[in-house]
Design a protein around this ligand. Structure first.
Ligand SMILES: O=C[C@H](O)COP(=O)(O)O
Length: 543
């Protein structure tokens, strides 16, 4: 961090509202509507104020800037929202679950068209609400649009595949994909648009109806899209919830009317939600949860590659990613050289406001996060570690400059807890069995990154880790993308699998149409396939 902002990040960086370029300003949004049964219903009750992680220096110290407010709906209204979803699904007989694949795709295309009209405002709101840089906010929006378009193409393929007849033991069957019912979709603040849409969009396009609980940070970024949901889909298909999770989600889960829980967040919350359902065996859960992904830098690594990838992996969006690298093991022979290079590179990162050029370090939306990270760093310092980089761990109201902490060991919080923030704990190791042991004992198992130029060493490490996590990265950071690749995890890290293709399967059930293999049945089924409402069939799929 440059010397000018060591005294106080916000006091020196934030020069005043008048200094903010016009194109990055946002209006204050006092949202007073929620989407219920195809209508934007007026809310006159309690509201929750939404603040930015970007603080304004005032006479009383730093204050988070007020961005607007949202409805704080109560349990009764939440149950109305649930009932709208249940009614629109209508035991699978509603307009949406019975609509043709082609019809559902047309609605989704209309949604994408309307969504793109809001691109600029959504990107600006992401920067202000969650402190994501301009480059990353833009990427999040565009990646989400790409994801929806890829989902549409994948559904066409799936529809062709499900229309194909299979024969076995004198029986012919068409294995269709059918919806599951009411999906409760809840996601995190770090990708309020992208992560939520990676469950909501496939769930929706498969014919389910959606109950959509907006995250606390990133909620206003969805405001410009409410109308697109209203205009693009039949009434009751998508309904929104705003308010305190404990008050509104508890009765919804206890009603037993949610068929699928699509949740991205902590495993503790996910387990609590599942337990509320009276018939948990009837609940499908698609979950993406805890992860403390390790990097392993061996003595055979290219250290420059390892440093740049570890910085990307550990500090993109200030380390607030489930896929972030949250613990780095380095072999003792190269530990000094690696930590020196890492500290120098981290110290050179530019801190600033999200829209500023080349900025990589920005304020954090979670109010308690700076204090929590300080506590983790202090715990490590008391137990013998040091912060290696200049300004590492510097904190103000909503800002923490990244800290490289070394040497970390298993006695320290930073070894076990998912810090979800800009702190890089580095653990020296002698024997390669040590990082393997870490992963064996961990309660999670999402990703690992191995850094080594020795193919025999890499091959020896791939085998155990493939069985311990769900993705092994070689000489690169951990990440979810490309979105066509499966995204899942072991132990407390996930349940079910997401990806453009997998998500369509996760939010549907295979439902057979079967008949005896006779000439008359062949004729009958050929006619049905020809008359099938999908436009994506080709005659290859007919006998
Ligand atoms: O927070 C978890 C996200 O799915 C991470 O996605 P990403 O690896 O593309 O940043």
């Amino acid at each position: 961090m440059s010397s000018e902002n060591t005294a106080s990040f916000h006091h020196s960086i934030f020069k005043g509202e008048n200094e903010i370029p016009e194109e990055y300003k946002v209006p204050v949004i006092h949202q007073r509507t929620y989407l219920l049964n195809g209508e934007l219903v007026e809310w006159k009750g309690d509201v929750t104020e939404i603040y930015s992680p970007v603080c304004i220096p005032t006479e009383n110290g730093l204050e988070r800037k007020l961005l607007g407010s949202i409805p704080n709906i109560g349990p009764n209204e939440a149950m109305e929202v649930l009932e709208a979803c249940v009614k629109a699904y209508d035991n699978g007989l509603g307009e949406w679950p019975t609509m043709s694949v082609e019809g559902r795709i047309k609605c989704m295309q209309k949604f994408v068209y309307l969504m793109i009209q809001q691109r600029d405002l959504v990107i600006r709101l992401l920067m202000w609400e969650i402190g994501k840089t301009l480059a990353d906010s833009t990427k999040e929006f565009d990646r989400t649009v790409d994801y929806i378009n890829q989902t549409i193409d994948a559904l066409k393929d799936l529809d062709r595949e499900s229309s194909r007849f299979q024969q076995a033991e004198g029986t012919i069957a068409q294995i269709r994909r059918a919806p599951l019912g009411v999906v409760l979709s809840m996601g995190p603040f770090n990708y309020p648009l992208n992560e939520i849409f990676t469950t909501l969009i496939p769930a929706l396009i498969m014919g389910n109806t959606i109950l959509f609980k907006l995250p606390k940070h990133g909620v206003l970024a969805h405001y410009p899209l409410l109308n697109a949901f209203k205009e693009a889909f039949p009434k009751g298909t998508v309904n929104t919830l705003y308010g305190k999770g404990s008050e509104i989600i508890t009765p919804i889960m206890e009603s037993g009317k949610v068929n699928v829980l699509a949740f991205i967040g902590s495993s503790k919350v996910a387990n609590g939600l599942k337990k509320l359902h009276p018939k948990v065996n009837r609940l499908r859960a698609i979950l993406s949860l805890d992860a403390k992904n390790a990097a392993i830098v061996t003595k055979n690594a290219n250290l420059d590659v390892a440093v740049s990838e570890c910085i990307l992996g550990a500090l993109s969006f200030n380390g607030q990613r489930c896929t972030a690298l949250k613990l780095i093991f380095v072999q003792k022979e190269v530990a000094l050289e690696f930590t020196e290079k890492l500290s120098a590179a981290v110290s050179a990162l530019k801190a600033g406001l999200p829209w500023e050029k080349d900025v990589k370090v920005t304020p954090l939306p979670e109010v308690n996060k700076p204090a929590y990270l300080k506590e983790c760093i202090d715990d490590a310092l008391q137990k013998g570690a040091a912060v290696l980089n200049k300004d590492g761990g510097y904190t103000d109201e909503s800002f923490v400059f990244p800290a490289v902490v070394y040497p970390v060991n298993s006695e320290m919080k930073l070894y076990h807890e998912e810090q979800f923030g800009p702190v890089i704990p580095v653990v020296p190791f002698e024997d390669i069995e040590e990082p393997i042991e870490y992963q064996v004992n961990a309660s999670h198992g999402m990703q690992v990154s191995i850094f080594s130029e020795d193919p025999y060493e890499v091959a020896r490490l791939i085998d155990p880790f493939v069985n311990l996590v769900s993705r092994v990265n070689i000489n690169c950071q951990a990440q979810r993308g490309p979105d066509v690749f499966p995204f899942t995890g072991r132990k407390d890290s996930a349940e079910g699998t997401l990806s453009v293709f997998d998500a369509l399967r996760s939010f549907s059930i295979r439902s057979l149409v079967a008949a005896k293999l006779t000439d008359s049945n062949k004729e009958l089924l050929n006619t049905i396939v020809r008359e099938h409402d999908s436009n994506f069939l080709s005659t290859d799929y007919i006998f």
